[in-house]
Design a protein around this ligand. Structure first.
Ligand code: LLP
Length: 389
């Protein structure tokens, strides 16, 4: 089954471009919010997945918070109207100016990742005469069973404070008068579709809470990061992630204390499905063993297949042929890894056809680069079409 796209409109736009279906985005956001009916559960959108202004404005209108990993992401969240009280600042290497900016806007919380970082934030907050609310990001050593490049919660990963250093990190936090220790945070990885690692995470966090409570430390919130995966194989049949099952895991396995909030930082599951990369076929080249569909989008527009061998479903949305053939779908960049798919079945494809690379709303446009002096990809939204009608 093919996705249904406004193909006639697409033919008038120059390729390659990202197309965002804002109705699907809104539907996804409302499904996520419906599944998270508990008032103590708060969703923060991870801007790193896609910081397109129209996406941020929908996220802001839906009343989600923001999970930011740079000063510029904080500025983008604020510009979209997200309240500072709903903005978190995460990241393993926050620069001084970014810490100052976050303090100046009085954001909700810093997720801190090391003892030296706690010290620096404590000093900068004192100089600024502000209080920095912090959550300690722990490395829970839970295997998320996802691609090793997007696994973050193992002791071999650079993220978080090792459990063995946690009590030193707590002592350091309590030592600085301008720091307020409010939570603990953990993020085990991304594109997680098998949920048992989330249960393992709950167990680790329950134990941590118990031992912190025994030392008289009460936390205002727990943050379990993001990571909920989507179905890349069947975007038409499963356009919305399984939010129900995901939130249920935490409802059933995490022991929240009275009045405590549970924070989520979801990126991919909120925006991946609404984005599609549209590219034009430049040449069909017959190799000795393969047929190559050479397209005008490249790894510079969508890095995921080259970097993680990620699968994105591809559809020829203009071919009228009823026959299918297999193609290696490749871009123009001078790298063998500039390849979107190997031996992929497509309706018989010719120069000028448009291909849709599905589920590219998360970590697609956001990871684009200018390698080979290529232009950054442009984007269009469903709203433009409705406005022109
Ligand atoms: N919180 C933290 C601390 C994170 O590091 C991430 C993602 C998220 C939340 C959001 O995770 P999500 O819900 O999107 O899984 N570029 C890779 C994914 C990198 C994820 C980085 N961290 C990809 O294209 O698959």
């Amino acid at each position: 089954m093919r996705g249904s796209f406004p193909v006639e409109q697409f033919k008038t736009w120059s390729t390659p471009f990202y197309y965002y279906d804002l109705e699907l985005l809104e539907h996804t956001l409302s499904r996520a919010l419906m599944s998270v009916s508990d008032v103590s559960f708060l969703i923060h959108y991870a801007l790193k997945a896609n910081a397109h202004a129209q996406i941020l404005s929908r996220v802001s209108r839906a009343n989600l918070g923001a999970d930011c990993v740079s000063g510029n992401e904080i500025l983008a969240a604020l510009a979209a109207g997200i309240a500072p009280a709903r903005i978190l600042f995460a990241g393993v290497g926050k620069a001084d100016w970014e810490i100052e900016l976050a303090l100046q806007h009085d954001i909700a919380c810093f997720n801190v990742e090391s003892i030296p970082e706690i010290q620096v934030i404590g000093e900068i907050a004192a100089r600024a005469g502000k209080t920095a609310r912090i959550a300690l990001r722990v490395n829970p050593n839970v295997n998320a069973h996802t691609h090793h490049y997007i696994t973050t919660g193992l002791t071999e990963n650079k993220f978080g404070i090792p459990l063995s250093a946690l009590s030193a990190a707590i002592d350091t936090s309590l030592h600085y008068p301008h720091l307020s220790l409010e939570g603990i945070h953990a993020h085990i990885g991304s594109q997680i579709v098998e949920f048992s690692p989330f249960k393992d995470l709950c167990r680790v966090l329950n134990d941590l809470q118990d031992s912190m409570a025994a030392c008289g430390i009460y936390l205002k919130h727990i943050n379990v990061g993001g990571g909920l995966g989507i179905n890349y194989e069947h975007p038409n049949h499963h356009p919305v992630a399984d939010f129900e099952a995901y939130f249920r895991i935490f409802r059933e396995h995490l022991h929240l204390r009275e009045g405590q909030k549970l924070h989520f930082e979801l990126g991919r599951s909120l925006v991946a499905a609404c984005g599609t990369l549209i590219t034009k076929v430049l040449y069909v080249k017959e190799g000795e063993q393969k047929t190559f569909a050479i397209v005008d989008a490249a790894m510079t527009d969508l890095l995921r297949p080259a970097l993680y061998q990620a699968y994105h479903r591809i559809e020829n949305i203009t071919s009228v042929s009823t026959e299918a053939r297999v193609y290696d779908v490749v871009g123009p960049v001078c790298e063998s890894s500039d390849l979107f798919a190997r031996d992929f079945p497509l309706a018989t494809t010719c120069r000028g056809d448009l291909l849709a690379l599905r589920s590219t709303g998360a970590y697609g446009e956001a990871m684009a680069s200018g390698y080979n002096l290529r232009a950054l990809p442009t984007s269009h939204t469903s709203e433009e079409i409705f406005h022109h009608k």
